[in-house]
Ligand binder design. Structure first.
Ligand code: APR
Ligand code: MG
Ligand code: MG
Length: 193
């Protein structure tokens, strides 16, 4: 599945391609699991209707605009209050073109507060597509359990993901400074053993 990264302004010229936009919401997390293991950070993903993990979002029309289309999808799938928490062009992270599939995937990252994460999670259960396209938001375990060194992120990465969502998750974790490159490589190694 060949793909190439292109800037946002180049991608919107690809009018014959189908475009999809998805978003990663994340926030700092001071909580400790069992009172001792730092949760480190909250990152939201979605269990999709097809049984795969992905980010909320979906197909958009270039006429409506990338971010407007994404906010429409986020309202439908997770009931996002887009007036307050809506995605803007400034949240753009990466665009990848899949020429064989005539498909362009846009990925956005938005840092919010721990309170806003709770608001997003609460609203998600009453969204129009909850129980349909979206089977619920989930928090990604970004830590690795010391007891077996597999539980947590390595085990999570063994799931099945839609499209390039797994790569986008890893990119987001590193780009946002949630995990270091070395920590991500370690988790990847542990996930395959
Ligand atoms: N990264 C890259 N590509 C992704 C990601 C992701 N995180 N998530 C999904 N995709 C790709 C998938 O190939 C997917 O089919 O983008 C496409 C569109 O995203 P969806 O969120 O599945 O689309 P949405 O508009 O929300 O609605 C689902 O897709 O399969 C059809 O008929 C189905 O109408 C339904 C629609
Ligand atoms: Mg949708
Ligand atoms: Mg979708």
């Amino acid at each position: 599945m060949a793909r190439r990264a292109v800037p946002r302004f180049e991608a919107v010229k690809l009018t014959r391609y189908k475009h999809a936009c998805h978003a990663m919401f994340h926030a700092p997390n001071e909580d400790k699991l069992f009172g001792r293991i730092p949760m480190r950070h909250t990152v939201l993903m979605q269990m999709r209707f097809d049984g795969r993990f992905g980010f909320p979002g979906g197909f958009v029309n270039l006429e409506e605009g990338l971010e407007a289309g994404l906010n429409r999808e986020l309202e439908e799938e997770i009931g996002l209050d887009v007036r307050i928490l809506g995605i803007t062009e400034g949240d753009w992270a990466v665009t990848e073109v899949h020429d064989e599939q005539n498909f362009v995937s846009h990925f956005y990252i938005k840092k919010v507060t721990p309170e806003q994460i709770r608001q997003i999670e609460t609203a998600a259960t009453t969204a129009k597509d909850h129980g349909l396209e979206s089977l619920g938001l989930v928090r990604v375990p970004v830590y690795t359990l010391p007891r077996d060194k597999v539980g947590g992120l390595p085990a999570f990465l063994s799931n099945t993901f839609i499209g390039t969502a797994r790569e986008e998750l890893l990119m987001g974790l590193e780009q946002e400074g949630i995990l270091s490159h070395a920590e991500i490589q370690k988790a990847l190694k542990a996930s395959t053993t």
